[in-house]
Design a protein around this ligand. Structure first.
Ligand code: AQP
Length: 335
């Protein structure tokens, strides 16, 4: 059976990259897979989170998933901390993964920066928790943006090492699912950095809660170059900001970059930006309206998360039981 697991951190400023690189793809995959979608609040606290803000962001991310079209009745939507299997299995994986593997993770290096000694142990061990998220359900496929590819390779290494160490064929070797024209949406201010929740510049990203005026203003101010739009994809060589705006347009309109260029090649960016901002507003506003409605009804969102957590526990419980058996932990037969 093919089972998808994927998650988004409730760290505020949910943005267009999270939508195009992750959430929108989830909506498309839910017809073909059994899906488990998670608001990964345990991951969020690897950096400091203000408690009331964490609660609000958790509901916001859940609302975005549902508003974008994830069906919480057919599939599972929940927040990670409600299911203890994640933390339990992460500890076991802390004992399977090697320090050297984690030391090579570029996201840790980027996020810890020069202040490595002061980074939380959780930030370092983050990929082990991510492997646990997936494998606590024996997930087989994980839709993510490009930035998570290295972490998924580590999840595969962990599954492989666990299977080898204990001489079992227990955990599946997960497959990344990286699709679409916007697998890596870049900052609107700097085409060499990915669009990210933690970028201090509001103008670097389009937030899922931005209104039409804010979206239009951010696109108008987005960095470009003086050249017109090229006639083919190759013309974006050395023009990362221009390429990024084009990739965003193609992803939003669900076309290939070449198809979009066949209409806009040769145009000035000032004109293209107007088209892009109209398209972004038209695509995002129905989702945003529904998000606002859901955020104003937190009881409904909380019920979805509670129900999802219960169903997630029902899947993970026997898997964790088997893991304990494999490792040699004594456990009561009813556990
Ligand atoms: N810029 C992006 N382009 C495409 N996909 C992206 N994703 C994130 N940024 C982009 C994808 O969104 C999913 C959820 O990401 P996350 O919230 O778990 O963590 P992140 O990758 O650390 O997100 P941010 O926004 O960049 O946060 P900060 O600023 O805290 O680092 C993942 O599938 C991810 O690939």
């Amino acid at each position: 059976m093919q089972r998808i697991f994927s998650g988004v951190q409730p760290t505020g400023n949910l943005h267009l990259g999270n939508y195009l690189g992750a959430i929108r793809n989830w909506v498309r995959l839910q017809d073909d897979y059994e899906c488990i979608f998670c608001v990964v609040d345990l991951h969020a606290i690897t950096a400091w989170q203000d408690p009331p803000q964490l609660r609000a962001s958790t509901r916001e991310v859940a609302a975005a998933m549902i508003a974008a079209g994830v069906d919480p009745k057919k599939h599972i939507v929940f927040n990670q901390s409600q299911v203890s299997a994640h933390a339990e299995l992460a500890w076991i994986f802390n004992c399977v993964a090697r320090m050297g593997w984690l030391s090579r993770m570029t996201q840790f290096k980027e996020k810890a920066g020069k202040n490595r000694e002061n980074a939380s142990v959780g930030l370092f061990a983050y990929p082990n928790l991510m492997a646990a998220d997936i494998l606590a359900y024996k997930g087989t496929h994980v839709p993510v943006g490009e930035d998570q590819k290295q972490h998924l390779e580590l999840a595969r290494d962990i599954a492989q090492k666990f299977n080898n160490d204990f001489g079992v064929d227990f955990f599946p070797i997960v497959e990344p699912v990286i699709t679409g024209e916007a697998t890596r949406v870049m900052s609107l201010r700097d085409g060499s950095n990915k669009m990210s929740k933690s970028d201090p510049s509001e103008y670097s990203r389009i937030n899922m809660v931005d209104d039409a005026d804010e979206i239009a203003r951010k696109i108008r101010k987005a960095k470009t170059d003086p050249e017109a739009l090229p006639d083919s994809k190759e013309g974006f060589e050395g023009r990362p900001e221009a390429a990024n705006l084009m990739a965003i347009y193609a992803a939003l309109s669900d076309e290939s970059v070449d198809d979009v260029l066949s209409r806009f090649g040769g145009e000035q960016f000032s004109t293209f930006k107007q088209h892009l901002s109209d398209l972004a507003v038209a695509t995002l506003s129905p989702i945003q309206d529904e998000m606002r409605r859901l955020i104003a009804a937190p009881d409904y969102v909380d019920d979805v998360l509670r129900d999802g957590a219960e169903r997630a526990r029902a899947i993970s419980r026997p898997i964790i039981h088997d893991v304990h058996e494999i490792i040699g932990f004594l456990q009561s037969p009813n556990a």
